[in-house]
Design a binder for this molecule. Structure first.
Ligand SMILES: Cc1cc2nc3c(=O)[nH]c(=O)nc-3n(C[C@H](O)[C@H](O)[C@H](O)COP(=O)(O)O)c2cc1C
Length: 216
């Protein structure tokens, strides 16, 4: 199938796209500007353009707006964060960990909980019979679309995983066959960087790319 209206991406677009990839960040420091709800809707529409196994589109987005619910999520993450810190044997690593800011749940104007609908019949099982995890991975693809699209609006996204998914499931009271894939904060970043915050703070630098490439 061809479409005469198809775009041809040029060098200038590629340069912009490279910049988008280089300046996408996981953001935990948000300023207090709200995000227009129309923009959030547009971002979710773009997330829905992601590829998915069998075209199942199993992503389900929950916008967490109630102050009391947001605050229970933040409290829960703080508890889990303390436990995670205590999980390091070395005192020095514990204090290094403690200095990191690992979420902006109390400042971010938008919270999104992203679930995978494991009960969906959409896609009629195509591709999932051999690799059931592909349903989850499809949701991760949507999250990445959302992440890049947010950045094109100069909006930052932070992924918070220091939590018990079952607890968030209960707090949000969603269907039993939905599985939490991500809890995300969105907002305008306080500052921009082309370097991961964990690199800047000396926790984990980017690894040598040669370690990621193999041939057979
Ligand atoms: C699945 C996933 C879970 C993550 N969970 C957290 C988290 O709980 N807290 C946090 O500060 N960053 C979290 N991050 C962000 C990573 O720390 C970040 O992506 C990494 O340090 C590279 O930085 P960059 O995204 O700015 O390039 C998560 C990222 C991914 C992909």
């Amino acid at each position: 199938m061809t479409n005469s209206q198809h775009p041809v991406f040029d060098k200038q677009f590629r340069a912009q796209f490279d910049k988008l990839l280089a300046w996408r960040r996981d953001v935990r420091r948000f300023d207090d500007r709200p995000i227009d709800s129309g923009i959030v809707d547009d971002l979710l529409d773009r997330a829905c353009l992601a590829p998915s196994v069998g075209n199942a589109q199993p992503w389900r987005f929950v916008s967490v707006r109630t102050a009391a619910i947001r605050s229970s999520v933040a409290d829960h993450v703080d508890v889990e964060n303390r436990k995670a810190k205590d999980g390091y044997d070395d005192d020095e690593i514990q204090s290094e960990y403690q200095r990191l800011k690992l979420h902006g749940l109390r400042e971010a104007p938008v919270h999104l909980a992203i679930f995978c609908d494991e009960g969906t019949n959409d896609g009629r099982g195509l591709g999932r019979q051999t690799m059931s995890e592909t349903l989850t991975w499809s949701v991760v693809m949507a999250i990445h679309n959302l992440w890049l699209s947010a950045r094109t609006q100069n909006i930052g996204l932070g992924w918070v995983s220091i939590l018990q998914p079952e607890k968030i499931h209960r707090i949000l009271d969603v269907p039993d066959d939905w599985r939490l894939i991500a809890y995300l904060c969105l907002g305008y970043p306080q500052r921009e960087s082309d370097e991961p915050e964990l690199s800047t703070l000396g926790w984990q630098d980017r690894i040598d790319r040669s370690k990621t490439r193999f041939a057979r």
